[in-house]
Design a protein around this ligand. Structure first.
Ligand SMILES: [Zn+2]
Ligand SMILES: [Zn+2]
Length: 340
């Protein structure tokens, strides 16, 4: 009988090393809610130890704004490469792109420099970034019609508060997370809050709700809505489009509209969509409107139930008592017949 040495390591036959190690990049990064494809690409690069500028070479991209360009169009060879190396399905990649659910005409143009009243390509909320476990940029921050954060009731920013540069993560040569300014290294999560009036915030929210409901439909009414939105700045700034203006300038236009113009999104439009716009604007948000409808339906249901209860129900028939009464009548008749 052989003695087993308690100190000896247990040896067993396992899978071959090559079968265990996959061809994928070492770290998989899961897309987050409403994350922009470019934001996910920057996080993916950083997690795998590659700075975004060098990651452009991995994907064989040579334009400066390589990742924001991929938000619009993802060539099939890159989609296949990303999918094969990350395990993220092609439809999940496509869901992070801009043509899904956002009207293209309302997106901020891909621009990295300009006057301080000019737009930049991306906005952010420093409080959202600070709360994220993995700070990321949202797709709705690409919209020119969005100037505030509904979660934190503050105005969005479009520039680094320290050096006034736009977000340029695509150009980051160092291995740092994307919430650090690519120009000066400022931590964007520390950017102080910029206030926005409650009326402007509410209008901003309503516009976002209306765009969600109508923006992607190719109907005369939604085309007219987009034209109206692109002219929000009319009479205030002399730029061709709302999308040309900085977040600060657009927030001033929204604040002006909230104070002085209550029908600029609906006047002269009698379609059902315009009626919905009126209702949303009057309620303050689509959610409030739906809650009011739900309340109204619940009250009507309660009323109906009350009416049903108050109707006097006939007493249920007591079959035993009925049979007993029948028996008594028959018995009386039988007696009468026998007496006769
Ligand atoms: Zn926020
Ligand atoms: Zn900076």
């Amino acid at each position: 009988m052989t003695m087993v040495d308690a100190q000896a390591p247990a040896i067993s036959i396992r899978e071959r090393y090559l079968d265990v190690v996959s061809d994928r990049w070492p770290v998989t990064v899961v897309p987050q809610a409403d994350e922009l494809l470019s934001s996910w690409l920057h996080r993916l690069a950083h997690a795998n130890g590659v700075a975004p500028r060098a990651f452009a070479r991995v994907l064989r991209r040579n334009s400066r704004m390589w990742s924001p360009a991929l938000d619009f169009r993802l060539p099939s060879d890159i989609a296949k490469l990303l999918s094969a190396n990350t395990g993220i399905a092609p439809d999940e990649l496509a869901a992070m792109m801009l043509p899904h659910a956002l009207p293209r005409q309302l997106l901020l143009p891909l621009r990295t420099s300009g006057h301080r009243t000019d737009s930049t390509w991306l906005q952010f909320c420093s409080y959202c970034l600070a709360e994220d476990a993995q700070p990321y940029f949202r797709r709705r921050w690409r919209l020119a019609t969005r100037v505030s954060c509904s979660n934190h009731s503050c105005r969005l920013r479009d520039r680094c508060p320290s050096c006034q540069s736009c977000i340029a993560v695509f150009d980051q040569a160092d291995l740092v997370p994307q919430h650090y300014c690519a120009r000066c290294g400022y931590d964007l999560r520390r950017a102080p809050r910029i206030g926005i009036s409650p009326a402007a915030r509410q209008l901003d929210r309503c516009i976002d709700d209306i765009c969600r409901l109508e923006g992607m439909k190719d109907t005369p009414s939604s085309r007219s809505l987009i034209r109206r939105l692109l002219n929000t700045h009319e009479g205030i700034y002399s730029r061709p489009n709302l999308t040309d203006l900085s977040t600060g300038a657009r927030a001033r236009c929204i604040a002006y509209a909230a104070k002085h113009e209550d029908d600029w999104l609906t006047v002269g439009d009698e379609t059902a969509a315009a009626q919905w716009r009126r209702l949303i604007l009057a309620a303050g948000s689509h959610r409030t409107l739906i809650e009011r409808f739900a309340d109204c339906l619940a009250k009507r249901r309660e009323l109906r139930e009350l009416q049903v209860k108050t109707i006097v129900q006939p007493k249920p028939v007591d079959v035993a008592a009925l049979l007993e009464a029948y028996g008594r009548v028959m018995e009386r008749g039988r007696r009468r017949r026998s007496n006769a």
